[in-house]
Design a protein around this ligand. Structure first.
Ligand SMILES: [Fe+2]
Length: 528
């Protein structure tokens, strides 16, 4: 009998499911990838039943429902699932706290034995009749196991809802405001994640646009370089506001880390929860605490919750530790073992060299292979690639991506050359794009399209073991150009989730200026 867990996290946003079999994470399904609605929340019964039918399970674990966390709703789901099943399954619904799920995902993606695990996000599970919600948690893990909770911060649910309501109804003219007055609106007893989210809303963005705000904050000392369309007084004020909030976030992260390493003496620090998508703060933390071993959970957003929940449930049910999880290639895959046209023109027997020639000729190439990346970063399985040496590369790639021009693009570099081009400080590698690293002079001069205005770049270091085809493609680019990196941005269009299936990939080609999709597993190039 297999030891299996099917876990679901049916949240207000970013819902998903994960399967663990005999200790191994088999797959994670992010609902937005199925419905093509970014940040899809709730419960998709058809997908749930489809996964359940592939298992031999007799029990199922859910993490908490944020949106529908009442018993009536859970009973309704239980009944719906039972009625639809053609076999007897005991729906033993177990709950795990949101932050504990983040912590397990963070720990099992690390290589640490004893570790301090810091969880920070907007908010997690609600407690005491939903009067309060967790916003910061610190846990210890020892001897490959969860040890204990050593710190929790809660905030009032009523309070943050009240402020959210107020923010949503405020109309601000950013061209004639005092930035400090705006910041005062956010000076309430809410989490730093919520401060960040609410500032996004006040700036007319979505609450999920924290990455845009982080990118904007780095113009603080470079306002004259704000691109066309963003160089008005309105945007200068937005830069100032975002910078203040970015610094508040960094201060809070530094304080919580410092306090708990002093208290416990543990030097292995795991960072998880949505706050740690902030690659600027993560790098500044590495610089500030050079004696720490830091691991940022590659699935630290709520995409990792169903994984954490599965890990907790597996440990509880089978009394054994799950296997450590490598990287973030845990989404779905389609077996690519035969040549098909997928409704496009195509060329067969394509080599890395053929693809590199296209890149050198200024083409954007979509790379599609293996399991999709879980989480926010494309790491070479669902990526759009471009020549980083092109000075107006951002403008060209934006013809497909249609992102705001002030936002930077990331790069993927062969690990063995990364120290020549970027300052990794005490990091050995940066395999999951969790840090915005300082560029060295060579990078500033040679790869302008992946350098942000502050002279940093969000970097993925690549090895052949981590991603065989991607490594060899970049290596071929290096052989022809002496530059061991490529611009790498997520394979999606603005406002859409990452492509999941080959059909999604082809759809993007048909709906945009993208001309090429490269499938290295079958040496095939689709084109239009
Ligand atoms: Fe979270």
């Amino acid at each position: 009998m297999n030891k299996e867990i099917l876990s679901g996290s049916f949240l207000a946003h970013d819902s998903g499911m994960s399967v663990i079999k005999n200790g191994e994470l088999i797959k994670t399904i992010i609902f937005e990838r199925l419905t093509r609605e970014k940040h899809e929340g709730g419960f998709l019964i058809d997908s749930f039943l489809s996964e359940l039918s592939k298992t031999e399970l007799d029990s199922v674990s859910f993490s908490q429902f944020l949106k529908h966390d009442n018993d009536d709703h859970i009973h309704a789901i239980k009944k719906e699932v039972k009625d639809a099943l053609d076999r007897e399954v005991n729906l033993d619904i177990q709950y795990s706290d949101h932050h504990l799920c983040h912590a397990y995902c963070g720990y099992y993606t690390s290589k640490f034995d004893d570790a301090l695990c810091i969880v920070m996000d907007g908010n997690g599970s609600a407690f005491k009749d939903k009067m309060i919600t967790e916003t910061e948690s610190v846990y210890t893990f020892r001897n490959h196991k969860f040890d204990k909770v050593i710190f929790k911060k809660y905030i009032s649910v009523d309070n943050f809802k009240k402020i959210y309501h107020k923010i949503n109804n405020l109309k601000i003219d950013w061209s004639c405001i005092n930035v400090e007055d705006i910041i005062k609106i956010l000076d309430e007893d809410i989490s730093i994640g919520q401060v960040y989210e609410y500032l996004c809303i006040l700036m007319g963005m979505s609450g999920h646009d924290a990455g845009k705000l982080m990118g904007l904050s780095q113009y603080k000392n470079h306002k004259s370089k704000l691109p066309e369309g963003y160089n008005s007084l309105e945007w200068i004020n937005k830069v100032d506001a975002s910078y203040i909030v970015q610094k508040k976030l960094e201060d809070r992260v530094f304080n919580i880390v410092e306090e708990h390493i002093d208290k416990t003496g543990i030097k292995n620090v795991i960072l998880t929860g949505g706050i740690f998508l902030n690659c600027v703060s993560n790098y500044n933390l590495v610089k500030k605490f050079p004696d720490l071993n830091i691991h940022v959970d590659p699935m630290c957003s709520d995409n990792g919750i169903s994984i954490g929940n599965a890990l907790i449930s597996y440990t509880k049910k089978y009394g054994e530790s799950p296997t450590r999880i490598e990287g973030s290639y845990h989404g779905s895959s389609e077996p690519l073992n035969e040549i098909k046209s997928f409704g496009c023109s195509y060329k067969t027997n394509i080599t890395y060299s053929d693809v590199v020639d296209l890149l050198i000729n200024g083409e954007i190439i979509a790379l599609y292979q293996g399991k999709s990346e879980v989480g926010q970063r494309s790491l070479g399985n669902r990526s759009l690639l471009f020549d980083p040496r092109v000075s107006n590369g951002k403008t060209i790639v934006n013809k497909i991506k249609r992102r705001e021009n002030y936002r930077p693009f990331a790069a993927s570099i062969l690990l063995e050359y990364s120290h020549d081009w970027f300052n990794l400080k005490t990091l050995d590698e940066s395999p999951t794009m969790s840090y915005a690293l300082e560029a060295k002079q060579k990078s500033l001069e040679q790869v302008p399209s992946v350098i942000h205005v502050d002279g940093t770049s969000r970097i993925q270091t690549v090895t052949e073991k981590q991603n065989y085809h991607f490594y060899n493609l970049i290596h071929e680019f290096y052989k022809k150009t002496n530059v061991p990196m490529l611009l790498n941005t997520s394979f999606n269009l603005a406002g859409e989730p990452l492509v999941e299936t080959i059909q999604d990939a082809v759809n993007v080609m048909h709906r945009s200026n993208l001309k090429y999709v490269y499938l290295p597993e079958i040496n095939l190039l689709l084109f239009k």
